[in-house]
Ligand binder design. Structure first.
Ligand SMILES: *[C@@H]1O[C@H](CO)[C@@H](O)[C@H](O)[C@H]1NC(C)=O
Ligand SMILES: *[C@@H]1O[C@H](CO)[C@@H](O)[C@H](O)[C@H]1NC(C)=O
Ligand SMILES: *[C@@H]1O[C@H](CO)[C@@H](O)[C@H](O)[C@H]1NC(C)=O
Ligand SMILES: *[C@@H]1O[C@H](CO)[C@@H](O)[C@H](O)[C@H]1NC(C)=O
Ligand SMILES: *[C@@H]1O[C@H](CO)[C@@H](O)[C@H](O)[C@H]1NC(C)=O
Ligand SMILES: *[C@@H]1O[C@H](CO)[C@@H](O)[C@H](O)[C@H]1NC(C)=O
Ligand SMILES: *[C@@H]1O[C@H](CO)[C@@H](O)[C@H](O)[C@H]1NC(C)=O
Ligand SMILES: *[C@@H]1O[C@H](CO)[C@@H](O)[C@H](O)[C@H]1NC(C)=O
Ligand SMILES: *[C@@H]1O[C@H](CO)[C@@H](O)[C@H](O)[C@H]1NC(C)=O
Ligand SMILES: *[C@@H]1O[C@H](CO)[C@@H](O)[C@H](O)[C@H]1NC(C)=O
Ligand SMILES: *[C@@H]1O[C@H](CO)[C@@H](O)[C@H](O)[C@H]1NC(C)=O
Length: 652
């Protein structure tokens, strides 16, 4: 039964095809497939050199793609008043003649991609009042004349990508009141001129990537108040076109990629109050964001990837309280500091892939109560402590693969939560040696207490260190510790504040405390604390500095200690030790030397006076040459005058 029914159906099909073939004779029987029920004529890829004659009047879709058409004669399609879609892509059209498409009042879509068109003449598309979609991408267009598209009153989408346009004259896009999407990417456009898009008031998306743009004039985007999305990718711009962007008050999405930006200056986007998504990437020279560069923005998504930022731009970001997505991947960022992202209350996702990240400090994600995704794959992280997060309970996705993780007690929290967190690729252990290369998912529950352990920090140098010394000496205190993971060593001064690696009293890289030019005020008990994830250990040392006797200290004190740049007991903030004398001290010292010189000269003359009195007068004047020690000339009372390099004194 079934078989019989199928045969009958086939029979009717053959008859139908025959009837249709006879009824439609012309192109349908020979060249093209006509599907009368659906008014589609498929003439694609038939090696046609011209548009076939006799196309059915009721055709709604005509596909002539992939043929060898070189021209379309004037009013060639004028009979097809019901045509809604015409596909002429992949032919060899070199020119569009005037009125080529006249008469296609109902045409909605016109495809001319992948031909060899070089120019779009004035009013090339007149008589197409209803076309909504026009695709002329991948041709060889070098010019568009003014009013080329005039008459396309209902055009919504215009594609001109992958041509060779160098310049688009003002007026090229006039008469396009409804275009919403314009694609001029992959051309060779050098400048955007003033008012270039002014007659496209409905434009919502402008795709201008991959041009040779070197300049966008200040009023280029004038009239585009409805633009929502702008892509400027791979252009030769070296700065953000701040002024040009300012009319785009409706912009929601902005992409600036592969530009020659070196910094984002203050107020770069100040008028873009509705912008939600800013994407800046592949700007290899971009190494700084001014503190107020993002002021005025209220972003929910920010990407600053593949640039040269060496730190998370905490202060430019801090006002972005609605930010949910932040991507700083592929910047040379090595550390996430504690408590500095806390203003980004709603942050949910942070991507920091391939930045060479070494540490995520405890408290790094403090305050981020909705934080759900951290993507830090391909970094140099040795660990990720749960204290980095506001709460690990919200964490859903953690990309931690490609890091040399130390599988110790610091990752135990992660092992306990591993079934509730999605890892993408499973992270692997980089150390200790016995588990090197094992994936975190391979460990069974019973193995955890055996491998994911730590050894508490323990100070090895327990020998008492009590130093008594005179003022001005340099003293070292040792503090070495072991533990797993390797403990961090901190030193505290007698007032129990933490000492840093700079200043007069400083901690050396090997954990040794160095007190240079010990002062009386440095005296007291210093504490060395070695701490790691498993606990801490501490040891106390003492330093007693004996001052010089009061007389010696105070004699020089007036002139020397006054200018001494550091005050005892508290290290200078600056690592470099400034020169210990100020200019005033120097002048006084030089003047004193000069005075003592003068007094010895005076003594000499007094002696000569008495000598001459006793021996009788031989000479009444004496001239003494000398090299002055100071350019400041001193005029002493009495009979001494100072000239440059010469002393003349009249002897009585
Ligand atoms: C149109 O014809 C071409 C060439 O014969 C064929 O590859 C293609 O599938 C047809 N398209 C439709 C929609 O029938
Ligand atoms: C025309 O035919 C080509 C090849 O079959 C196909 O890729 C294209 O989508 C068709 N165009 C339309 C408008 O259907
Ligand atoms: C734009 O930059 C590219 C790559 O740096 C360069 O090859 C091209 O010559 C530049 N174009 C202009 C117009 O400066
Ligand atoms: C940016 O603004 C901040 C705050 O007003 C200011 O401190 C800084 O110097 C400005 N930077 C530049 C490059 O103008
Ligand atoms: C990136 O910054 C570093 C210093 O921070 C500099 O040495 C390097 O040359 C910069 N790279 C580029 C491409 O400017
Ligand atoms: C900022 O954007 C959020 C949506 O992301 C919106 O709810 C909020 O009202 C905006 N704030 C301002 C000041 O525009
Ligand atoms: C993490 O970042 C990498 C590189 O940007 C990306 O391929 C991957 O999809 C991201 N993973 C998640 C979960 O977002
Ligand atoms: C630490 O370094 C300092 C200076 O580099 C050196 O004098 C001291 O001996 C070192 N201490 C230890 C314990 O190696
Ligand atoms: C050392 O550990 C104790 C408790 O074990 C803790 O109270 C203290 O704050 C720790 N000190 C440091 C400097 O880590
Ligand atoms: C040094 O002299 C000052 C006054 O000039 C005095 O206040 C101070 O006590 C003296 N210092 C010592 C150690 O005697
Ligand atoms: C170091 O000192 C110089 C000059 O005294 C000063 O300009 C600079 O800000 C100081 N740097 C730090 C980190 O304190």
């Amino acid at each position: 039964m079934c078989v019989a029914a199928d045969w009958r159906r086939l029979h009717w099909w053959v008859v139908l095809q025959w009837v249709v073939g006879v009824a439609l004779s012309g192109p349908c029987s020979q060249r093209c497939d006509c599907l009368p029920k659906l008014p589609i004529v498929n003439c694609s890829s038939r090696q046609l050199a011209s548009v076939p004659d006799g196309l059915p009047d009721d055709t709604q879709t005509l596909n002539l793609s992939g043929n060898q058409l070189r021209t379309v004669a004037r009013r060639r399609f004028s009979g097809l008043t019901l045509l809604r879609e015409l596909d002429l892509s992949e032919n060899m059209l070199t020119a569009i003649e005037a009125e080529a498409f006249a008469g296609l009042q109902n045409l909605l879509t016109l495809r001319l991609a992948r031909n060899r068109l070089k120019i779009i003449p004035v009013r090339a598309f007149s008589g197409l009042p209803n076309v909504q979609f026009l695709d002329i991408s991948e041709n060889m267009l070098t010019a568009i004349e003014a009013e080329a598209f005039a008459g396309l009153l209902n055009l919504l989408t215009l594609r001109l990508a992958r041509n060779r346009l160098k310049i688009i004259p003002v007026g090229a896009f006039s008469g396009l009141p409804n275009v919403q999407f314009l694609d001029i990417s992959e051309n060779e456009i050098l400048v955007f001129l003033d008012d270039m898009f002014r007659e496209m008031p409905s434009l919502q998306k402008l795709e201008a990537s991959e041009n040779d743009l070197v300049f966008i004039s200040n009023r280029a985007f004038g009239g585009l108040a409805n633009l929502q999305e702008l892509n400027l990718d791979r252009c030769n711009l070296t700065s953000v076109p701040v002024e040009a962007l300012s009319p785009l008050t409706g912009l929601l999405q902005l992409r600036l990629c592969r530009l020659g930006l070196t910094s984002l200056p203050n107020h770069s986007f100040r008028t873009l109050i509705r912008l939600r998504e800013l994407h800046v990437s592949r700007c290899p020279w971009l190494d700084s964001l001014a503190a107020n560069s993002l002021i005025g923005l209220n972003l929910s998504s920010l990407t600053l990837s593949h640039c040269n930022l060496s730190a998370v731009p905490y202060s430019p970001l801090h006002h972005l309280v609605y930010l949910r997505y932040l991507d700083l991947s592929y910047n040379p960022i090595t550390i996430i500091l504690p408590n500095l992202l806390g203003d980004l209350l709603r942050l949910q996702e942070l991507h920091l892939v391939g930045t060479g990240l070494l540490r995520i400090e405890p408290g790094a994600f403090h305050n981020l109560a909705g934080f759900r995704l951290l993507n830090v794959s391909g970094n140099r992280l040795a660990t990720l402590e749960s204290s980095a997060f506001h709460s690990v309970g919200t964490l859903e996705v953690l990309r931690l693969d490609g890091n040399p993780l130390a599988c110790d007690c610091r990752l135990l929290w992660l092992m306990r939560r591993r079934s509730r967190i999605s890892f993408g690729h499973s992270p692997t252990c980089g150390s200790p040696v016995q588990v090197q290369g094992r994936m975190l998912h391979d460990f069974s529950e019973v193995e955890l207490p055996r491998f994911f352990t730590c050894r508490q920090a323990r100070i090895l140098t327990r020998k008492p260190q009590d130093v008594r010394t005179d003022e001005g000496h340099t003293v070292l205190f040792f503090c070495a510790a072991d533990g797993d993971p390797a403990p961090a060593i901190t030193w505290m001064n007698p007032k129990r504040s933490i000492l840093t690696s700079s200043g007069r009293v400083r901690v050396l890289p090997n954990g040794t405390l160095e007190v240079r030019y010990a002062q009386v005020q440095d005296s007291g008990y210093y504490l060395c604390v070695a701490s790691n994830a498993a606990g801490n250990d501490s040891v106390s040392v003492s330093l007693w500095v004996r001052g010089f006797p009061a007389s010696t200290r105070n004699r020089s004190g007036q002139f020397f200690l006054e200018g001494w740049s550091f005050t005892s007991g508290q290290a200078p903030v600056n690592g470099s030790q400034p020169f210990p004398f100020d200019v005033k001290t120097l002048v006084i010292a030089v003047t004193m030397g000069f005075l003592s010189f003068l007094s010895s000269v005076a003594v000499c003359f007094v002696f000569m006076f008495f000598w001459s009195q006793s021996k009788g007068q031989i000479k009444h004047t004496a001239t003494i040459d000398f090299v002055p020690r100071s350019s400041a000339s001193a005029n002493r009372t009495g009979r001494t005058t100072v000239e440059t390099g010469r002393f003349t004194m009249k002897l009585i």
